[in-house]
Each structure stands twice: as structure tokens, then as C-alpha cells.
Design a binder for this molecule. Structure first.
Ligand code: PAF
Length: 280
């Protein structure tokens, strides 16, 4: 496995564009990332994993500075998972000048849910992913469904800019008790970790009640938010959206279809997100 830190070294290692499978990450890897790498390796192409903590997608009050940088440990995990090249640029390599050109994603998709609570987040994500795509020039790029909205934003960006890249989704990896794997789970105290599955449980209940025709949805959402709040969480949103474009169902809409229940909530100082796809 090769570890490169510059775009020039990456291009030298991958002279033919469109001939690799790519997994972008911010490092501090867990089994969910490694499952993505194994899925990438199943395509029989060289696998490139990027490790870059992207300042552009963090608000000033967020955890950019304390986000764990664990390159050595990450590389030791990546090699057996089937990674061929680790691309780990420093900030100056990816942003040699302040990044004044940005990708502005469709507000209908990017200014709701996560984008509402983290303004500018998807501009930061789309901009770095566009830049990474240009550096790596992959044929396939893999994104986890854990970051459901991110997956849709990147898929639409790829379509709208006619990028010759197939965006492949990977199922969310979960711990035995159902907690979605996330680099931020490491911030939880042992007491918080014991409660952390309550977000996924609340989403499952919301999905079931929506599917059973109970309603209206805003009442179900309010009950889900209140339920988590009484357990000590500070929820941002719990809702049901259409899988294809995250649009909201309106009162009286047919409930048959492909839906996703999505939520974000803070447990202590840690903000967790999760989602559950379901069909009615
Ligand atoms: O999902 C992530 O880890 C990041 O948002 C990504 C896609 C690597 C962009 O920084």
C-alpha cells in the first residue's frame, strides 16, 4: 500500500484517469469505513482512500481542532481491508490559496435537515469532494448511507456536473446493539454510549407509526422529539422524507412509497445522526 501526500504523487501512481475506486474519508477510521473499502475492492480496481479533515465543512464552534488525526493507525487498518493507495494531503496541498471558488449545492437538498442546522456544511462537503474527485479521477466513488443527505447531495452534484463517476451507496454499519458506527461515537462517555441507541430506536418507532398510517406527521415528529428530550437528549430534528429527494410528505399524501426516517440529536456534547430506510 502506497501513502502519498501530494496530487502530483497521486497522479504519478495513477496515470490513467477513471481507473480506480475511491473512498473519501476524514480518517479516524472505524469498521464502517473498512466495509466501504472492502466494497470498493470488490470492483477489481485499485482502491484509493483519502484522509483529509476538511476545514470548510466545520462551523467555527464545531470540532475541527479536536477531530482525531490518526494517520498511522488508519493506514494499519486500511492495508488489510484492500486499500492500494492512501491519499493524505495536508491543508496547504488541497487549499494552497483560500478556497474562494465553491460548489453551491441545490438548496432544496442541501439547506434542509443537516444543512439547516449546519449552514454551509454541504457547500464545504461538495467543494472538497469535487476537489478530491479531480485529484483522484475515480471511476467509482463510495459513500455510506449513514450520511444519507450527503450521499444525495454528492450524487446530484455528480449528475449536474456530468462527472464520469458512478456514486455507489454502502449500507450503514452498526454495532451489535444497533448504534450506527461513527467517528464521533468516540466522544461519548460510557454512560452516554449506553443510551446512544435511543436515537435509532426513536427513528424506528417514527417509521413504524408513519407506515401504520398514524398521523399527522408533525405530531409524530413532535412525539419523537419529546421522547428523546425526556431521556436527556437535545434533538435537532426527527422526520420522515422521500428517499429520492428528501422532500416532505404533505398531509393527505399517499403513504405508499420509499421513505427514510432521519434524525440528529445531541447527547451531552456529542451530536449524532442516523437514518432508517423503509417502504410502505
Ligand atoms: O463523510 C465524510 O467523512 C466527509 O464528509 C467527506 C465525504 C470525506 C468529505 O470531507
Amino acid at each position: 500500500m502506497l501513502v502519498v501526500h501530494t496530487i502530483a504523487a497521486l497522479r504519478a501512481a495513477l496515470p490513467v484517469p477513471g481507473a480506480c475506486a475511491f473512498v473519501p474519508t476524514m480518517g479516524n477510521l472505524h469498521d464502517g469505513h473498512l466495509a466501504l473499502v472492502r466494497q470498493a475492492a470488490s470492483h477489481g480496481l485499485p482502491v484509493v482512500v483519502s484522509i483529509f479533515v476538511n476545514r470548510l465543512q466545520f462551523a467555527p464552534h464545531e470540532d475541527f481542532d479536536r477531530y482525531p488525526r490518526t494517520l498511522e493507525r488508519d493506514c494499519a487498518l486500511l492495508q488489510p481491508a484492500g486499500c492500494d493507495i492512501v491519499f493524505a494531503p495536508d491543508e496547504h496541498e488541497l487549499y494552497p490559496q483560500p478556497q474562494s471558488y465553491k460548489v453551491l449545492p441545490d438548496p432544496a437538498l442541501a439547506d434542509v435537515l443537516e444543512g439547516h442546522f449546519r449552514p454551509g456544511f454541504f457547500t464545504g462537503v461538495s467543494t472538497v469532494v469535487m476537489k478530491l474527485f479531480n485529484a483522484v479521477q475515480p471511476r467509482i466513488a463510495l459513500f455510506g448511507k449513514k450520511d444519507y443527505q450527503q450521499l444525495l447531495v454528492i450524487r446530484r452534484m455528480t449528475q449536474q456536473f456530468a462527472l464520469p463517476i458512478v456514486i455507489e451507496a454502502a449500507e450503514t454499519s452498526r454495532a451489535d446493539d444497533g448504534l450506527a458506527l461513527s467517528s464521533r461515537n468516540g466522544y461519548l462517555s460510557s454512560d452516554e454510549r449506553a443510551h446512544a441507541t435511543e436515537l435509532a430506536q426513536a427513528l424506528r418507532t417514527l417509521a413504524e407509526r408513519f407506515g401504520d398510517g398514524v398521523g399527522p406527521l408533525d405530531l409524530l415528529e413532535r412525539q419523537a422529539l419529546d421522547g428523546l428530550a425526556t431521556r436527556g437528549w437535545q434533538p435537532d430534528y426527527l422526520t420522515v422524507r422521500r428517499q429520492r429527494d428528501l422532500s416532505s410528505p404533505r398531509d393527505g399524501d399517499e403513504r405508499e412509497g420509499a421513505w427514510v426516517a432521519l434524525g440528529a440529536a445531541r447527547l451531552g456534547a456529542t451530536r449524532l445522526i442516523d437514518n432508517i430506510e423503509f417502504s410502505v
